[in-house]
Design a protein around this ligand. Structure first.
Ligand code: ADP
Length: 203
């Protein structure tokens, strides 16, 4: 570590601070990490989840890839190195939310196991809920909600996940949702049912 950083000490105890905030909000904070191909359904499910649990009285913040890339990561591209740095920053942002007692729902492609492992190690295994949206490439490409697959096939977009940049399927995950033949509401319900016991504060 550089000498200039050696005298930096946190001003508060983040764990004690977090427990107090969680009590105040009457919830246990976790980071829900939703990943998969573009068009798989991450944002749609993330938004539905945020809406449902807000109505149930929980404080949750959705973090979406597109929003982050126009702000905190607006100097990064889509090489694997930049994707790594993007996720590192977003995982650190998650830590800030978790230490404020706030549940996060993250919708990021997070294409490689190494990238997801890094996010998990920054956030902490116990607080990380790993949700793979396993909608197949053919279905995502057919949806092509943002027209990106067409442009990637026409070579107008370099390093596009699933076409010219890799996506590694996880060996294991906490929850897998394939949106191919389910309604949005059903997918959201699966996620809400899975997460509810984890965010409910034990008395
Ligand atoms: P991503 O965030 O993964 O890029 P989006 O949520 O932006 O994907 O887009 C997914 C598209 O698929 C939306 O147009 C959505 O309406 C559609 N879709 C169809 N069925 C489902 C489902 N069961 N869950 C989520 N999205 C679905």
């Amino acid at each position: 570590m550089e000498d200039s950083f050696m005298n930096l000490y946190p001003v508060t105890d983040p764990v004690a601070c977090r427990r107090d905030k969680e009590k105040l909000l009457n919830q246990h904070a976790v980071a829900i990490w939703i990943y998969g191909l573009s068009g798989a359904g991450k944002s749609t499910i993330g938004l539905g989840f945020e809406k449902e649990i807000t109505e149930l009285g929980f404080m949750c913040r959705l973090l979406d890839g597109d929003e982050m890339r126009t702000g905190i990561s607006n100097n990064l591209g889509f090489t694997l190195e930049d994707r790594h740095e993007n996720i590192r920053r977003l995982a650190e942002v998650n830590r800030l939310f978790l230490n404020t007692g706030i549940i996060t729902v993250n919708c990021f492609v997070s294409p490689t196991r190494q990238i997801r492992d890094m996010a998990k190690s920054i956030i902490g295994t116990d607080d990380f809920v790993d949700v793979f949206i396993s909608t197949p490439l053919e279905v995502c490409e057919k949806r092509d909600t943002k027209g990106l697959y067409k442009r990637a096939r026409e070579k107008q977009i370099p390093n596009f996940t699933g076409i010219t940049s890799p996506f590694e399927i996880p060996e294991k995950c906490d929850l897998e949702i394939n949106t191919q033949s389910m309604k949005v509401e059903e997918c959201v319900k699966i996620l809400v049912d899975y997460v509810l016991p984890k965010i409910t504060l034990k008395k």
